[in-house]
Design a protein around this ligand. Structure first.
Ligand SMILES: [Zn+2]
Length: 267
C-alpha cells in the first residue's frame, strides 16, 4: 500500500491575510523546555504551522513558522515572554518578508546526514527538462540518461558497504530513499532471474507531460535506476520504460530483461 501523505518541507510558508513569522528558539537540550514553549505560544494565541527541533551538542534549536494574527501581544512582548521560559538561551524572529509570507531564516545550508541538499520546485524542474529537450533534442535524452546513471552509481557506492550479501534488501532501501527524496513513488515490482521491474507512480520527470505524449518520456530516473542496479548487482542493467504516465498509463514501468545467464543473477 502506497503512502500518500505529503511532507511539507518548512522552507517558506505563505498564507494570504495572516501575519506569519519565522521563530527560532535555542534552549538547553531538555525536551520539557519545548513543552513549556508550546504551552506559552498556545496561551498567547500563537498558532504553529510547522516546527523542527534539532539537537546540536548540549543545545536544541527549535524553528517554526508561527501565525501571530490572533495574538493580543506585540512582537516585543511575545519575545520577552518566550525568553523568560527557564532553559531558553536565545530567541530570534524573522518578520514576514511579503504580506503573509515567512521564510526560514536561521538555518543554512539544508543538509541530509550532513550532506548539502538543493531543493528544486516542480515548475522549475519541469522547465529545466523541457528547455533542455527543446534545445538539444535527442542529444538531451542521452545526456539526461547518463547524468542519471552516474547519480545511481554514486548513490550505490555510498551504501554498498552496508548492503553486504542481500542485494534485494539493499536495493529496496535505496529505492525508498529515492522515494523519500521526491523522485516518485518507486516500488520494486519484480526481481527474478528473468526480469527486473520497477513501478513508479507520480514520477516528477513525466508528471508534467501526463497524458500528452505519444512515447515514454523518462530519461534521468531510468538512468538512475540502471546505474544503481548495475553497481549493486555487479552486472549491467539497462532499464527501458515500457509504460509511462506521460502517454496515459497509470504509472511508469521500467523493465530489464535478464540476458546474461553466466553472470550473477537476482535470487
Ligand atoms: Zn514515465
Amino acid at each position: 500500500m502506497s503512502l500518500r501523505k505529503p511532507l511539507e518541507i518548512p522552507v517558506y510558508k505563505h498564507v494570504a491575510g495572516r501575519k506569519l513569522l519565522d521563530l527560532m528558539v535555542e534552549a538547553d537540550a531538555t525536551l520539557s523546555t519545548f513543552d513549556k514553549l508550546i504551552d506559552v505560544l498556545t496561551e498567547l494565541k500563537v498558532d504553529i504551522y510547522s516546527a523542527t527541533i534539532v539537537r546540536r551538542g548540549d543545545l536544541r534549536s527549535f524553528e517554526a513558522f508561527i501565525d501571530i494574527t490572533e495574538s493580543p501581544l506585540t512582537l516585543e512582548e511575545l519575545k520577552k515572554r518566550v525568553q523568560s521560559i527557564p532553559g531558553v538561551k536565545r530567541i530570534e524572529v524573522a518578520e514576514e518578508k511579503l504580506p503573509g509570507l515567512a521564510v526560514r531564516s536561521f538555518s543554512y545550508p539544508l543538509v541530509i546526514e550532513e550532506q548539502p541538499v538543493v531543493l528544486i520546485e516542480q515548475p522549475i524542474w519541469a522547465g529545466f527538462i523541457q528547455e533542455f529537450k527543446r534545445t538539444y533534442g535527442s542529444g538531451a535524452l542521452s545526456i539526461l540518461y547518463h547524468v542519471g546513471y552516474q547519480g545511481g552509481v554514486v548513490q550505490a557506492r555510498r551504501w554498498k558497504p552496508f548492503i553486504k550479501d542481500d542485494p534485494r534488501r539493499g536495493i529496496e532501501a535505496l529505492l525508498l530513499i529515492a522515494k523519500a527524496m521526491g523522485w516518485g513513488d518507486i516500488q520494486l515490482d519484480e526481481f527474478s532471474g528473468k526480469r527486473i521491474a520497477v513501478k513508479v507512480f507520480d514520477c516528477p520527470e513525466c508528471a508534467f507531460l501526463r497524458g500528452v505524449a505519444k512515447t515514454p518520456q523518462n530519461q534521468m530516473l531510468r538512468g538512475f535506476l540502471s546505474g544503481l542496479f548495475s553497481e549493486i548487482l555487479g552486472w549491467e542493467v539497462t532499464f527501458s520504460e515500457e509504460r509511462c504516465i506521460a502517454k496515459g498509463d497509470q504509472y511508469c514501468l521500467f523493465i530489464h530483461e535478464v540476458k546474461e545467464p553466466n553472470k550473477r543473477q537476482p535470487s
